[in-house]
Design a protein around this ligand. Structure first.
Ligand SMILES: NC(=O)c1ccc[n+]([C@@H]2O[C@H](COP(=O)([O-])OP(=O)(O)OC[C@H]3O[C@@H](n4cnc5c(N)ncnc54)[C@H](O)[C@@H]3O)[C@@H](O)[C@H]2O)c1
Ligand SMILES: [Zn+2]
Length: 538
């Protein structure tokens, strides 16, 4: 009955130790790899050369003697090894990323950067295709075109794409180096791949990013009346210079306005400004603004791209990433919506300076949740940093946000539309929602209720899962250390328990519980509702 859907670990390390250059043959990967390695003090490795060394013959010979399949098997094995090696810049083969597992392993192991080039330039660089078995005997341009089309989604799954046409290799190397410094987090979804960036002052780059998102130079910025004067007005002012047309709308703040009327006001603002299908939406605000902007973008003219600038900690670590959008109805929260992945997410940590401290602490509940799903090193890092986090230290906060975003990115990649796997992210939410609802959504902030819900999850996991008293105490200590409530019995009123039966994740008379044990060990299990209530009441 018990299931272990996630025993994940986050392999993206604090300092970049592996860079993988991807892209078609002739895009300059090997030359640039050498330059980047020199600059960063790393070792340059050419994957094809490494394969030749091991096979002790040139690649065309491997193809001739053993066929492409044997070559690919060898390529995968060598790539998997390099994903474990430290301090390297690897020029991948043009087709290395065709293999899903290899591609995803490289994305987890380091930074994957795709070098793009115009087809004319590629044709000029590869000549007649000598030494390149995939081009042998073919019309080189037509074959390259075919290869590019076939690989479009695979090349799109990367931390950054760099256009190399007309640029000297030194310049491309500088751009690679800049990506290494920024360390974007990638959500790899083939052509819908996007990146999340976390750092101070990143809003200054929105003009360029938004301009890239719209094909007609027009955009709509959605914010709320609180965040507007604090942050969105200045962002609007800054981006207007790089656009032909900018419309703006400010919605009233708060969950009580997360309804169809507000969605309609966003559609109306876009329609009144006569925005077209080439325009883009930008949401600047907390989770409410993000969910509504995402939904409005998913439906406006049957869908336009959206970028998110989350301004609450919760929105940065949770709602802005993953593509769930929607709104509340009188029947409940988030009951109507759509999946619509953003095209970028910019987490400018400066915006947290105006967020009330209670909202910041509440956001940390989701961070603790993510850390427990991610594993021991993530939990240990939060334990180490908890005083710094509570004091608002930005380096610690940025690291915590990155950890949570990386986890969410990994889970979303595995299970974009919430089959069982993505459900691990509901840790603490089943009871948390009951506690929130029983207090009419005014007594507790969402994160506070989730903190209590995680205490409840450990109580349930001791009864139905593998948690020990030590695991439960460790979670409680961490939550309390970050200033979150942990007095479950005070919050767990009969009314809160009665809401468990109406949880939307319920199927029949059972609840699917997310049961944590040690960090990194989180299982899903279906348990009869009556047993859940009994276990919580003891
Ligand atoms: N889509 C998803 O996957 C997902 C995941 C989790 C939560 N959510 C949704 O997110 C919403 C909660 O988001 P939230 O916690 O960000 O609440 P929120 O959007 O209501 O923001 C909280 C309050 O803080 C204010 N605010 C926002 N940024 C500020 C800033 N920088 N400075 C000062 N004030 C600021 C807002 O005006 C608001 O009053 C819920 O509706 C929930 O359903 C969605
Ligand atoms: Zn939540």
């Amino acid at each position: 009955m018990g299931r272990q859907p996630w025993t994940g670990s986050l392999s993206q390390v604090e300092v970049v130790v592996r860079v993988f250059l991807s892209g078609p043959m002739g895009s300059g990967k090997s030359t640039v790899a050498k330059l980047v390695a020199e600059r960063l003090g790393l070792r340059a490795v050419d994957l094809d050369a490494e394969i030749e060394r091991r096979a002790d013959k040139p690649i065309p010979q491997i193809f001739a003697d053993e066929g492409e399949r044997a070559f690919r098997t060898l390529e995968r094995a060598v790539a998997a090894e390099l994903a474990q090696a430290d301090g390297i810049v690897v020029a991948l083969g043009g087709g290395t990323v065709a293999h899903r597992e290899t591609r995803r392993a490289l994305l987890r192991a380091g930074l994957v950067i795709t070098l793009d080039a115009h087809i004319d330039e590629l044709v000029a660089r590869v000549g007649q295709g000598q030494g390149r078995p995939l081009l042998a005997g073919a019309d080189v341009r037509a074959r390259l075109q075919e290869v590019l089309e076939e690989r479009a989604g695979w090349y799109a799954e990367c931390h950054a794409r760099i256009a190399t046409s007309g640029k000297p290799p030194e310049q491309v190397a500088s751009e690679v180096e800049a990506v290494c410094r920024r360390r974007p987090i990638v959500v790899p979804l083939l052509e819908r791949t996007y990146r999340v960036e976390v750092g101070a002052g990143l809003r200054n780059e929105l003009p360029a990013q938004l301009a890239r998102l719209t094909s007609t130079g027009s955009a709509l910025i959605v914010s709320d009346q609180t965040v507007g004067p604090l942050w969105a007005d200045a962002i609007g002012h800054a981006v207007s210079g790089s656009l032909k047309q900018l419309a703006q709308v400010r919605i009233p703040p708060g969950e009580e306005h997360k309804g169809i009327r507000t969605v309609e006001s966003i559609w109306d603002a876009a329609l009144e400004a006569a925005l077209d299908r080439g325009s883009a939406f930008l949401g600047v605000g907390g989770g409410v603004v993000g969910d509504l902007t995402g939904f409005a973008a998913a439906t406006f003219l049957r869908g336009v791209p959206v970028g998110h600038v989350p301004t609450t900690l919760l929105a940065m670590v949770d709602s802005a990433v993953g593509g769930k959008t929607g709104f509340d109805t009188r029947h409940g929260k988030n009951l109507v919506g759509a999946f619509h992945q953003p095209s970028f997410v910019v987490c400018d940590t400066d915006v947290l300076s105006t967020l009330p401290p209670r909202e910041v602490r509440a956001g940390f509940a989701e961070v603790v949740k993510s850390a427990w799903i991610a594993g021991e090193h993530a939990v240990a890092a939060l334990e180490r940093d908890r005083a710094a986090l509570l004091a608002g230290d930005m380096a610690a906060t940025t690291a915590a946000i990155r950890m949570a975003v990386e986890l969410k990115a990994q889970v979303v990649t595995e299970d974009e539309r919430e089959g069982d796997y993505r459900a691990v992210l509901n840790l603490g939410h089943t009871v948390g929602h009951g506690i929130e609802a029983a207090a009419d959504y005014t007594g507790f902030l969402h994160g506070e209720a989730v903190a209590l819900g995680m205490v409840a999850a450990f109580r349930l996991a001791r009864r139905f899962g593998d948690a020990t008293a030590e695991h439960a105490e460790r979670m409680t200590r961490l939550l309390a250390g970050i200033g979150l409530p942990t007095d479950l019995d005070a919050a767990l009123t009969p009314k809160a328990l009665s809401f468990l039966g109406s949880d939307k994740k319920r199927r029949g008379a059972s609840l699917t519980l997310v049961l944590p044990a040690a960090p990194g060990e989180v299982a899903l299990r279906k348990v009869p509702l009556a047993d859940v209530v009994a276990a919580l009441s003891t």
